[in-house]
Design a protein around this ligand. Structure first.
Ligand SMILES: [Zn+2]
Length: 300
């Protein structure tokens, strides 16, 4: 196994084994990184940490190819720090982020991916400034050192944080900018309008505007949609408009060597496709039958 590649997928965390179960799944897919939600992404119900078998999961990690710095938490997507329209939603978002940051730290995880949010009818500038305010309040309060990785979005509806310039604006204007980074999603930037095939230029641009040291996570996804579609619909590796060769370039780019690549591609017939997709990337060989034989990994 090529352990140089830091690659994994989104993994669900469910009972009875919770975090231990997530680690087991990631190992079974032969991953060297993975990402999980600490609870349902669409609501605020959270199981108490004592129930989540964190210690057991960390113990298993120690004897695996997955380093804890390559384990990532994804914040629930109902958090909208860019909301200036409803004060109660903004407050709820800030408080929920504080609790997620604390939960992330309890796993020993150092990075959480956060969607920058949506400005609703208020306009981008107000949204971005509100996001900065929300991030700063949360990082004043949480008492952790967890880095918040703002994700590049597709520009669906009134989503903010779609250009490198906007993300740089947020990072540069936060008083906790040392705790902010970026998660770049290849599907999202494609759907927004970047040409994902131009890896060299994109990284140069990212470096000039934000700084490559701030690029901390890659969401490696193909896209069902065309450039500029603003859709955000993920596709399996090599089956979408970005294509296998381009995604392979991203996976093996030397400048991104230490950045975990996380697949968030759709299940095939209810089965997680990650073991086979990662195998394709490791073998540098596209499998045109991927969607026909999901049973190979259904044992996991
Ligand atoms: Zn995301």
């Amino acid at each position: 196994m090529n352990n140089d590649l830091i690659i994994g997928s989104h993994i669900t965390m469910t009972g009875p084994d919770y975090f231990l179960g997530s680690v087991k799944s990631a190992i079974s897919y032969e991953e060297t990184a993975f990402m999980f939600y600490t609870g349902a992404p669409q609501n605020t119900v959270r199981s108490p940490l004592e129930k989540l078998k964190i210690k057991e999961g960390l113990e298993l990690l120690k004897n695996s190819d997955i380093k804890i710095q390559n384990v990532i938490v994804h914040a629930p997507y109902l958090i909208n720090l860019a909301n200036t329209i409803k004060a109660d939603i903004f407050d709820l978002s800030v408080n929920f982020l504080v609790s997620e940051l604390k939960r992330t730290a309890a796993f020993g995880v150092t990075k959480i991916v956060l969607h920058p949010g949506a400005h609703l009818q208020a306009g981008k500038e107000k949204g971005l400034n509100q996001l900065i305010k929300g991030l700063d309040i949360a990082m004043d309060k949480d008492g952790t050192n967890v880095t918040i990785c703002l994700e590049t979005m597709a520009g669906k509806g009134s989503e903010i944080g779609v250009t490198f310039e906007d993300l740089a604006y947020v990072i540069n204007n936060s008083k906790h900018n040392d705790r902010l980074g970026v998660c770049l999603d290849t599907c999202h930037i494609n759907d927004f309008g970047y040409c994902v095939a131009e890896l060299e230029q994109i990284l140069n641009e990212f470096d000039r505007i934000i700084g490559l040291d701030k690029l901390m996570v890659i969401h490696l996804n193909d896209s069902k949609s065309e450039r500029y579609s603003h859709k955000d619909r993920h596709e399996n590796i090599g089956y979408g408009t970005i294509g296998f060769e381009t995604l392979l370039k991203w996976a093996y780019e030397p400048r991104l060597k230490n950045v975990p690549k996380i697949l968030e591609t759709p299940y095939i017939d209810g089965v997680a496709p990650y073991k086979n997709e990662i195998l394709m990337i490791r073998n540098k060989k596209f499998d045109a039958n991927l969607k026909e034989k999901p049973d190979i990994i259904s044992l996991f």
